[in-house]
Write a new protein. Structure first.
Length: 235
């Protein structure tokens, strides 16, 4: 058994954050019943979250930008959900990738929360959401050059290296989900307490779409908080 653990150093910065975590097992990422227009419709729905210009004037984006000012980040780093919403707003929305990615991207767009999906079988030891000491290695998706986390940067890491830099900005190539991935770990953060109901609804929608479109039952949805900072998962 392994865990995802939210370290005290993180709670010292963000005591009110809630993180939905869950796993999916025996995934078949091919030939599923995902509607062809699921992601296109989600791109349109996403526009409701960012009606104002500039995009930083919208509450969802502003909240994440304010959060990123509380820790050291790589220049230009933005939360993943801002990047999705920006593309939708500019009519350059996310396209179809594969069934699993399309499902969780559709939920991320429609509910305006970042969702990460990591390959469970590639995770080494426990996963920690923590504050970097500095120098921890990270290889981003689509690149070969190894980067290093900055001192004070919020990161997800396992026992091998960083699996997500700048909190929810970019994921590691090593643990990224692919067409061949069979088992997945999901996490979805909410930094706005007034959106707790939306956050829970998004988590349940992810469960429902995995059931309806991918024939996968997710039964271990857990909301991590300062008072409940650990989630046990099995490969």
């Amino acid at each position: 058994m392994q865990k995802i653990i939210i370290d005290q150093a993180f709670w010292d910065l963000f005591p009110d954050v809630k993180i939905a975590v869950m796993t999916a097992h025996n995934v078949d990422n091919k030939d599923q019943n995902v509607p062809n227009d699921l992601i296109q419709n989600a791109n349109e729905i996403a526009k409701k979250w960012v009606p104002d210009d500039p995009i930083s004037a919208n509450s969802v984006v502003k909240a994440w930008r304010d959060a990123y000012r509380k820790f050291k980040t790589k220049k230009g780093a933005r939360n993943a959900v801002e990047n999705l919403l920006k593309r939708a707003k500019n009519n350059k929305g996310v396209g179809n990738i594969n069934p699993v990615v399309d499902v969780y991207n559709s939920v991320s767009l429609e509910y305006a929360f970042p969702i990460a999906a990591e390959d469970l079988d590639k995770i080494v030891g426990d996963v920690h959401l923590t504050v970097a000491k500095g120098g921890e290695p990270f290889t981003p998706i689509g690149e070969d050059e190894v980067e290093e986390a900055l001192p004070g940067e919020v990161i997800y890491r396992d026992d091998q290296d960083v699996i997500s830099r700048c909190w929810a900005w970019r994921d590691s190539a090593r643990v990224a989900d692919t067409d061949e991935t069979k088992n997945l770990l999901f996490y979805m953060e909410n930094i706005q307490p007034e959106r707790d109901d939306d956050h829970l609804a998004a988590a349940h929608q992810l469960e429902k779409r995995f059931h309806d479109y991918l024939n996968i039952d997710i039964n271990d949805l857990t909301i991590l908080t300062r008072d409940n900072p650990e989630f046990v998962f099995a490969k």
